[in-house]
Design a protein around this ligand. Structure first.
Ligand SMILES: [Zn+2]
Length: 73
């Protein structure tokens, strides 16, 4: 039974890790045409009217956005 519980715990840890990775999204600035990781300090200072959310890095680049030099997304 110990192995059974160890397997359940392992599955939960992996699921939580994957969920965290997929929750990381990118935020673009429609004014500067740059995009950031959501934790970048520029995102906090950004005018909410200029904020554009992206689900992936590719999505931001395809939309013509340039990676931020500080957070290097
Ligand atoms: Zn940034």
């Amino acid at each position: 039974m110990k192995k059974f519980f160890a397997a359940i715990v392992a599955v939960l840890v992996v699921t939580a890790t994957v969920a965290t990775v997929f929750a990381t999204n990118y935020v673009g600035n429609a004014n500067s045409r740059k995009f950031h990781v959501s934790s970048c300090s520029f995102v906090d200072r950004m005018n909410p009217n200029n904020r554009v959310d992206f689900q992936s890095r590719d999505e931001a680049i395809n939309a013509g956005y340039v990676p931020c030099k500080r957070c290097k997304p």
